[in-house]
Ligand binder design. Sequence first.
Ligand SMILES: CC(C)(COP(=O)(O)OP(=O)(O)OC[C@H]1O[C@@H](n2cnc3c(N)ncnc32)[C@H](O)[C@@H]1OP(=O)(O)O)[C@@H](O)C(=O)NCCC(=O)NCCS
Length: 279
Amino acid sequence: MQQGEIELQDFGPDHIEGAVALSRQENWPHRPQDWQMALQLSSGAVALDDQRRVAGTILVTPYGWDCAMINMVIVDRNARGKGLGRRLMEQAFALAGDRPLRLVATADGMPLYQKLGFVPSGTILQHQGNVVALGAPKGVEVASANDVPNIKALDRDAYGADREALIDALAERGEFALIRRNGAIEAYAVIRPFGRGEVIGPVIAENADDAKALIGFFAAARPGAFLRVDTDSRTGIAGWLAEIGLVHVGGGVAMDRPAKNGLEQARPKVYALANQALG
Ligand SMILES: CC(C)(COP(=O)(O)OP(=O)(O)OC[C@H]1O[C@@H](n2cnc3c(N)ncnc32)[C@H](O)[C@@H]1OP(=O)(O)O)[C@@H](O)C(=O)NCCC(=O)NCCS
């Protein structure tokens, strides 16, 4: 395949089948529905080869005007090392406009992102497995539609960006739980179908005990189910996740562009990501 024969186009629903083939090639668990949700929230580009096959993908997920996540960056194995990853990233920069950028890098992606000015800001740990049987924690309740505006406000404060569209997309597919004290929502979490089972995230909480109670609430209702949680290493909940059957299987490096002022800029109330792609 010659570099010159590869053309970039807007990522549309017709490209999902080809995108799923690429993510399967990488052993990523994304189903067509997972790509669909990501595309619903994003704009992006595909690289098409001379047979009109999808040879590369990239998505840009804006969170209002506050920031954008770059995700689902994949180049077909046969087309690597010829500048296509860089071309896709340049297209993503154009789509993101002036927004500060975030991403979670694999080892493959790190050299490219570093060359483009991304700076590490944390370590993301991917935990998953068949959850052990747990007792239901006290003090957690199922959220209702009336809670969504307050959940959005809590999320914005904790994440530092407007994720309303993400929360609406999660509400279409997932189940929300929360901790309410003195009438105010102090913590929330979502579970939704993803990949091989379900993913729990975002989890936003004041402290690790509340985060564990929320995760435990979903886990207790699903003994033996395959669950995934992506957490920043600084949350301190990784050991507990392993104890309940969600073992560390990998992860990535959180990166920002432009660089934030050091690692203390981490978001301390974010106990789990929506997933590595969406942040
Ligand atoms: C990451 C990935 C998209 C890069 O695609 P690519 O088309 O090979 O990248 P490019 O050819 O445009 O390379 C871009 C730059 O990064 C460098 N680079 C890429 N991979 C590298 C590696 N493994 N080691 C060192 N440098 C590397 C290239 O030398 C190039 O530098 P240059 O532009 O200064 O010449 C591709 O390896 C891939 O799809 N990997 C699997 C999926 C994945 O992990 N994606 C990242 C998700 S966060």
